[in-house]
Write a protein that binds this ligand. Sequence first.
Ligand code: TA6
Length: 285
Amino acid sequence: MTAAITTTTGFGHLTDLPCLILEYAGAKAVISLYGGQVLSYQAKPGQELLWLSSAATWHNQTPIRGGVPICWPWFGPIATQLTPESLHDQQRYTNHGVVRNRFWQLEQQHVLNNSVQVELSITVSDLPYITGSFKLQLTVTLTNSLNIKLHCSSSIVQQAALHTYFNTIDLSHTTISPLPQRYLDNLSQQCIHTNSDTLTIDQEVDRIYSQAGPSIQLATPAHDVLIQQQGHDATVVWNPWQAKCAKLADTNNDDYADFVCIESARLTLTASPLTLSQTLINLST
Ligand code: TA6
């Protein structure tokens, strides 16, 4: 049984990107040190569960569009509670925090009989709302599933999300379930009630499900994935649809039909340590 961790420069069209490759029993994951971002997870050779934009770039401090971006220590625009001069500050600070476009360090790696695992970390000392240095750790474990765990032991106000881009192949034949029947619609800023726990995406979607359970299933024409989450207080589902996708600098016009983001998030603004994880389990044979 193959079990290995190797370093490489480049993944797909991102030819100069420093990456780690994890291999275990025919499964493979690729992690970029830039952003501490899982870019690819093939549960079996050729069966890619994640989506990465062919127009993604990492130069000029651009976050990589695809895989599993890490949002920390804020989600979306910086929260107004953290920055009293809100409008000005929201424009000044990048969406989804500060670790998507920085280099992470490889701290540890383990090739074991039953798993391969790497631990990355990044220390941030320039947060706009709190003085000090704060360490964020990312542990990625490949077995017959892929577990991605984010941890910060500091008791600071911190939001976080594992902003996973899933490969859908054909969004019109893709379902996500079970989801709570109540969600905050980020597009209208309204709380919406539905009578279904299954979502099929046929328009722009940007929803916060604050009562999402520990397991959600994504069913696509090519594969089914069980998404297990822990430490979350919300699950965010996002697809930009046609018009917004065409405006994004790092997607092709029709890419919106090929992915959906299902994000395990901690959004509550309380000062406490963080442990947030998402496990991807391939259910297809
Ligand atoms: O998670 C959903 C979301 O916050 C959307 O509102 C949308 O902006 C998306 O993330 C992507 O954000 P990004 O900064 O990566 O372009």
